[in-house]
Design a protein around this ligand. Sequence first.
Ligand SMILES: [Zn+2]
Length: 188
Amino acid sequence: MEKNKCIFLDRDGTINVYKGLISRPEEIELIDEVAQAIRLINESDYLCIVVSNQPGVAKNLCTLDEMNKINDRLRELLSLQGAYLDDIFICPHHPEKGYPGENPEFKINCVCRKPNTGMIDTAKLKYNIDLSKSYIIGDSTIDIQTGINCNIKTILVKTGLAGLDKKFDVCADYVVENLLEAVKIVLK
Ligand SMILES: [Zn+2]
């Protein structure tokens, strides 16, 4: 069977407006032209899968159930504009223990927190994805480092953090203004 191609997307700052850690569904607000960008992916032969670090669960800002409701709200806003996500993977963990009020069950060193490759490895198995034909698009150097660690092509968008988090000293394969421009590069 032929393998699938995938465009992996970061969530906050790439799809929805960056507001720090999001802990309520009402905080999800789509960035301009994002629904159009995701519709283009939906009409192509690429899967569209979100991979997102959400340490707010480990920090007890919200529960896993509330995190699922936030993702439901994202799917709802996209569907109102005719776009959909094939899947959403989140890492609810955070490695630094010892904060008041934290959720110790999720305070672990995990393999899924980007720039670790766990979420993309899991997606690869679940959807039979050929990573050599896939891309990751995100607004932070963490997303670009994740792509490098998975050996997939990387696109940095200048929405959200616009790569200014400077957590990793990395160069993306492409740097563009927003998700729509990024998707057009992949599909051209
Ligand atoms: Zn994790």
